[in-house]
Design a protein around this ligand. Structure first.
Ligand code: BG6
Ligand code: MG
Length: 216
């Protein structure tokens, strides 16, 4: 494997804990439709696009909607979600995340964001870390969802590095699979039972170091 030249970070669940807001907003929507879903079910929505998340939730509730109705429901959920994240502050950056990205930058590595979220730009602004990223590839720039590697390959391209020179940081299994499909190394953020396919699994970026990165 060639030397590591770039790190690509997922946003939700890696840099910030927005899963709780996604869950709250989707739950409000489900409740309005007359059903509820559990925190365990919510795990299945991590890393999954807005459209696909709604399809899964409607399936769980046994509810059928037309495409136009689904668009309206997804917009409604997003408006609630945007209302919630508009109050986010730098205090909501996950432990060690900002410090580790800064360490990587100081070591001369290029940094990209690779997220499915169409709200990435706003979240980075709210928590004050837009300046840390050389490139931001988010849900507005890709058409294929993880585990397709499109988001990470576009990240590598924007940073002018080869996929084999990149390490992806992801909390979703679909994201680890996307990294593998793109020919990249990966670090799972979460539990080894779920993210075992990654080259390394840590509980958070506070557990990462340049030594661990270079040993991948
Ligand atoms: C991912 C989240 O990062 O982004 C998913 O893990 C979310 O839960 C997806 O559905 C899309 O986000 P948004 O902000 O565009 O609805
Ligand atoms: Mg994530």
């Amino acid at each position: 494997m060639s030397i590591i030249k770039a790190c690509i970070f997922d946003l939700d669940g890696v840099i910030v804990d927005t899963a709780v807001y996604h869950y709250k907003a989707w739950r409000l929507l489900a409740n309005e439709l007359g059903f509820d879903f559990s925190e365990q079910d919510n795990e299945k929505l991590k890393g999954v696009s807005r459209v696909r998340s709604l399809e899964l939730i409607l399936q769980w509730g046994g509810v059928t909607k037309t495409k136009a109705e689904q668009d309206e429901l997804a917009s409604k959920k997003n408006a609630w979600y945007v209302g919630m994240i508009s109050h986010m502050t730098p205090a909501e950056i996950l432990p060690g995340a900002k410090e580790f990205v800064e360490t990587c930058r100081q070591a001369g590595l290029k940094i990209a964001l690779g997220s499915a979220s169409k709200n990435s730009g706003m979240i980075l602004e709210k928590v004050g870390i837009t300046y840390l990223f050389d490139a931001v590839i988010d849900g507005n720039k890709v058409s294929k969802a993880k585990p397709d590697p499109e988001v990470f390959l576009k990240g590598a391209q924007a940073l002018h590095v080869a996929p084999a020179e990149c390490v992806v940081f992801e909390d979703a299994i679909a994201g680890i699979e996307a990294a593998i499909n793109g020919g990249m190394r990966s670090v799972g953020i979460g539990s080894p039972e779920v993210l075992g396919k990654a080259n390394l699994v840590v509980s958070g970026l506070n557990e990462m170091s340049l030594e661990k990165l270079n040993a991948l």
